[in-house]
Design a protein around this ligand. Structure first.
Ligand code: SF4
Ligand code: SF4
Length: 255
């Protein structure tokens, strides 16, 4: 039996033996992380998106292109099988819960850049039976593709639609292969990983670097002197479905 099949069996047995309720209540404990020398580090990584700057350039997709190229995200034409790490969607889909109808008038139909929120209390991590997805102590919600058994509990648990499932082998759909980043296989889940592999090399995330309009601010939410902390103190921001209590680390500057 292959390692992945064993994990699948172990994971499913855990669900059957433990029962779903206990399993869902599992505390999310952040995993220790020792960065290599020269890495960018933070107590809690976060991103602020100056969405007004994005709106000034409605056709711009530089961040999406950079991310998807660097991470070998396939371009699968069939919508149901699509893989996305960072994408745009309209305000009313991204923020169905925003109660202020006056805000809504201004924001209606406007595109918002969406990605995994690297939640402080990630429900996706809580439900994963194999710990294929886990939270690191710097706040990044990671994926270990080798442990993923494709049960898709994480997709059901994520209220933000931030995860994609590989229904088919993604490799034939990669437009321009980047040998520096691992490709995935059929049957695993994937998502944005806040460019952990670039942070290790002292580089900022690819989307942030690619945005020539400086609409993306990435930094340490727990460092009061970081640019992201300063901007969040001075501008009005919203987070997706904040009332659910997952604690998104992605903020949208709208004021
Ligand atoms: S946005 Fe979804 S996938 Fe990302 S950490 Fe939160 S619950 Fe998990
Ligand atoms: S599909 Fe999601 S919940 Fe299931 S093993 Fe993979 S990462 Fe974990």
């Amino acid at each position: 039996m292959k390692r992945r099949d064993l994990l699948k069996l172990a994971g499913l047995s855990a669900v059957v033996a433990g029962g779903v309720p206990g399993f869902l209540n599992k505390e999310v404990k952040a995993r220790e992380y020792t960065p290599p020398p020269g890495a960018l580090t933070a107590k809690r990584w976060g991103m602020a998106i100056d969405i007004r700057k994005c709106w000034e350039h409605p056709e711009c997709r530089d961040c999406i292109k950079a991310c998807h190229h660097i991470h070998n995200v396939p371009e699968i034409p069939e919508k149901k099988k699509e893989i996305k790490w960072i994408w745009k969607d309209e305000f009313e889909h991204a923020f169905p819960d925003q109660p202020n109808e006056f805000n809504d008038v201004l924001l209606q139909g406007k595109p918002f850049l969406l990605l995994c929120n690297h939640c402080e209390h990630p429900p996706c991590v809580r439900v994963c039976p194999t710990e294929a997805t886990f939270k690191r102590e710097d706040g990044i919600v990671m994926m270990d593709y080798h442990r993923c058994i494709g049960c898709r509990f994480c997709m059901a648990a994520c209220p933000f639609g931030a995860r994609s499932f590989n229904w088919v082998d993604p490799r034939p759909y990669i437009r321009e292969f980047n040998p520096e980043f691992p490709t995935r296989m059929k049957g695993v889940v994937e998502k944005c990983l806040f460019c952990y592999e670039r942070l290790e090399k002292g580089q900022i995330p690819a989307c942030v670097e690619a945005c020539k309009h400086k609409a993306l601010i990435f930094g340490d939410l727990e460092d009061e002197n970081s640019e992201i902390s300063r901007v969040l103190r001075s501008r009005f921001s919203i987070r997706r479905k904040a009332e659910l209590g997952t604690g998104p680390s992605v903020f949208y500057l709208i004021g």
